[in-house]
Design a protein around this ligand. Structure first.
Ligand code: 13P
Length: 247
């Protein structure tokens, strides 16, 4: 299993960032779970270059461009230089700021071109009775996968994060039964871009109020390959409990 802890902007001190990283290193030495930390950009510079552990780093966002006159942008080349392996792309909190499917697609291609593995976030804002949200999800996946080469499609990680389930508590997260249904649907859509069994090999994560009390049931038999916890990853004790509960 893969756990990508998305610290979002919860961690606002270097001291706390270092403590969380130390916890992640300890956990990665003790457990088989693959741990990735998606941290604010300054912490990539602080933590990643001296990293000798199994913990890998992800950026929370990536520029679609190659540098030059682009104030505030962080390019793939710079992330690569800092030792970053993954990047989140199209998180709903960035889509809410105006990031479109087209921009997400550009960023994904830019990441691949620089050997950074994109973790693409998709998910509906709400579930309507006529299930139009399935079409929205399909459109989000299509925008990303359609322009990619086969090898890039295979390497792209998809994080299903229904917006209505984000930032709440375990009791309001998606149920394992609904998650199973969604992973089947997502893999069916992926089958349009990847032949045969290769759609089953795309790594699929779930995010949205994943906590120590529900992670195990969300992992068992639902078809996910891992998780993208937010608030539960920004506290050392809770993150430890998350990783231990997955065992
Ligand atoms: P929470 O775990 O805080 O609901 O956040 C999920 C998320 O958005 C991770 O990217």
């Amino acid at each position: 299993m893969l756990i990508v802890g998305n610290w979002k902007a919860y961690v606002e001190s270097q001291l706390k960032a270092k403590a969380l990283f130390a916890t992640a290193k300890r956990l990665s030495a003790q457990h088989d779970t693959e741990i990735v930390l998606a941290v604010p950009t300054p912490y990539l510079g602080l933590l990643s270059p001296s990293n000798r552990s199994k913990v890998a780093f992800a950026a929370q966002n990536i520029s679609a461009g190659t540098g030059g006159a682009a104030t505030g942008e962080v390019t793939a080349a710079l992330l690569k230089e800092l030792g970053v392996t993954y990047t989140l792309v199209g998180h709903s909190e960035r889509r809410a700021l105006g990031e479109t499917d087209e921009m997400v697609s550009d960023k994904v291609r830019h990441a691949h071109a620089n050997q950074i593995i994109p973790i693409v976030c998709v998910g509906e804002k709400e579930r309507d009775p006529d299930a139009h949200y399935l079409q929205l999800l399909r459109a989000q996946i299509h925008a990303v996968f359609e322009p990619l080469a086969q090898k890039e499609r295979q390497q792209t990680i998809l994080a299903y994060e229904p917006i209505w389930a984000i930032g709440k508590t375990a009791s309001e997260a998606m149920s394992p039964r609904d998650l199973t249904e969604m992973t089947l649907y997502i893999r069916k859509v992926l089958g349009e871009y990847l032949p045969g069994r290769s759609a089953l090999k795309v790594k699929l994560l779930y995010g949205g109020s994943v906590e120590p009390s529900n992670i195990r049931s969300l992992a068992e038999g639902t078809g996910v390959d891992g998780f993208l916890p937010g608030h539960a990853s920004a506290d050392s004790d809770i993150f430890s409990a998350l990783v231990k509960a997955l065992k």
